[in-house]
Design a protein around this ligand. Structure first.
Ligand code: GGG
Length: 331
C-alpha cells in the first residue's frame, strides 16, 4: 500500500527544497500518495488563517507530514501543528559529513528537544503598557516522557556502537523552580536506565561545549526554547542550517522538517540547499519502517556531498534541483 504523506511546503525556500525532496522520494520506486496542504504567511495573507482547518485534517489523517519552512507565522503554523499532533520529541541529529567543512569530522550526536511546553507554550501577555510577560511551563509529565524518549534513543544508538550517554542541558541554578523540576525528573528517569551514562550541564556552558568538544556527545536532551537555539548553533558546527534535519515524533504522529526557516534572503533564487529536507525525509522513511530506502538515499547524498556537488552555501555552484538530480543519479 502507498504511504500517505501530507506535504506542506510552507513559505520561502520551503517551496524549493520540498519539491526537490519529493523528486528524490519518487525516484526511489517506493509507493507514495502525496496529499498537498497549505500553511504559512502566504495563505494567512490570502485567507486570514495561517493553518487552515483543511490542512490540520490532512495532517491528522496521513501516516506522516513532510513540512518545509515557516516564516513570520511560525508560532501559528509549525509550533501549533506540533502541539495538535502531540509530536512531543523534536529530534535534531548533528553529524559531520565528508566533503563538508565541519569543526571536526567525528561529530555525531542528536539533540532531543521537548516540543510541547516551555516558553513555546505561547502564554504571553501585555500586562501594562510597555510591560510584557511570557510563562514558562515545565511539567513533570512532559519532562518524564521526553527523558524516556532520550534514554530509549541512547539505548538504540548504543546497539549501533555509540557510547550510550544522555546529557541534560538546563539552567536550574537560575530558573530554580522550572528547571529545578526538569533536572530532578531527569535524574529520576535515569534510575530506570542504569546501562546509560548521564551528565548535565547549564545551557550556557553547553552552548560552549558543542563548539569546544562536540565529539563527546551522544544524546543531548533539553527544553523547548533552549533546544531551538542550541540546535541552530550545533548546525553551524557541521556545515550550517542547509544540512540540519529534524523529526517531530509523538505516539500517534510524525512530522519531518528541516531545522531552517523560510530564508527570505535567498527564496526564489533556486539555490537553497535541499540536504536538510532530504535528510528529514530519510528520518521519515525510517519512521515508516523503510530502512533500506532511507539508507540508499543517505548513501547517495553522502557521495554527492563528498564530491562537492552542492549548492553555493557549501561552496558548490549547483541549483537546488540540480543537487537533487545528482542524488537521484546515485540511488
Ligand atoms: N522548518 C522549520 C521552520 O520553519 N523553522 C522556523 C521557525 O521559526 N521555527 C521555530 C521552531 O522550530 O520552533
Amino acid at each position: 500500500m502507498a504511504h500517505k504523506i501530507c506535504v506542506i511546503e510552507g513559505d520561502g525556500i520551503g517551496k524549493e527544497v520540498v519539491p526537490a525532496t519529493i523528486k528524490v522520494l519518487e525516484a526511489t520506486g517506493l509507493d507514495f500518495e502525496f496529499i498537498y496542504a497549505e500553511a504559512g504567511d502566504e495563505v494567512y495573507k490570502r485567507t486570514g488563517k495561517a493553518l487552515p482547518e483543511e490542512t490540520i485534517e490532512k495532517a491528522l489523517e496521513s501516516e506522516a507530514v513532510l513540512f518545509g519552512a515557516a516564516g513570520e507565522t511560525a508560532a501559528d503554523v509549525i509550533v501549533k501543528l506540533r502541539h495538535i499532533l502531540d509530536t512531543y520529541a523534536n529530534v535534531r541529529p548533528v553529524k559531520s559529513y565528508k566533503g563538508v567543512k565541519c569543526l571536526r569530522d567525528d561529530i555525531d550526536y542528536v539533540i532531543v528537544r521537548e516540543n510541547t511546553e516551555g516558553l513555546y507554550k505561547g502564554i504571553e501577555a501585555e500586562i501594562d503598557e510597555g510591560i510584557t510577560t511570557a510563562t514558562r511551563v515545565i511539567t513533570e509529565k512532559a519532562s518524564e516522557r521526553i527523558f524516556k524518549f532520550a534514554f530509549e534513543l541512547a539505548r538504540e544508538r548504543k546497539k549501533e556502537g555509540k557510547e550510550g550517554k544522555v546529557t541534560c542541558a538546563h539552567k536550574a541554578n537560575v530558573l530554580k523552580v522550572t528547571d529545578g523540576l526538569f533536572k530532578r525528573v531527569f535524574y529520576k528517569v535515569a534510575q530506570e536506565y542504569k546501562d546509560i551514562k548521564v551528565e548535565d550541564y547549564y545551557i550556557d556552558a553547553m552552548n560552549m561545549y558543542i563548539i569546544t568538544k562536540p565529539h563527546v556527545f551522544d544524546v543531548v536532551v533539553t527544553s523547548n526554547l533552549f533546544g531551538d537555539i542550541l540546535s541552530d548553533g550545533a548546525a553551524g558546527t557541521v556545515g550550517g542550517l542547509g544540512l540540519a534535519p529534524s523529526a517531530n515524533i509523538g505516539d500517534e504522529h510524525g512530522l519531518f522538517e528541516p531545522v531552517h526557516g523560510s530564508a527570505p534572503d535567498i527564496a526564489g533564487k533556486g539555490i537553497a540547499n535541499p540536504t536538510a529536507t532530504i535528510l528529514s525525509a530519510v528520518l521519515m522513511l525510517k519512521y515508516l519502517g523503510e530502512h533500506e530506502t532511507a539508507n540508499r538515499i543517505e548513501k547517495a547524498l553522502e557521495e554527492v556531498l563528498a564530491l562537492g556537488l552542492t549548492t553555493p552555501d557549501l561552496g558548490g555552484n549547483l541549483k537546488t534541483f540540480e543537487m537533487a538530480e545528482e542524488i537521484i543519479k546515485r540511488l
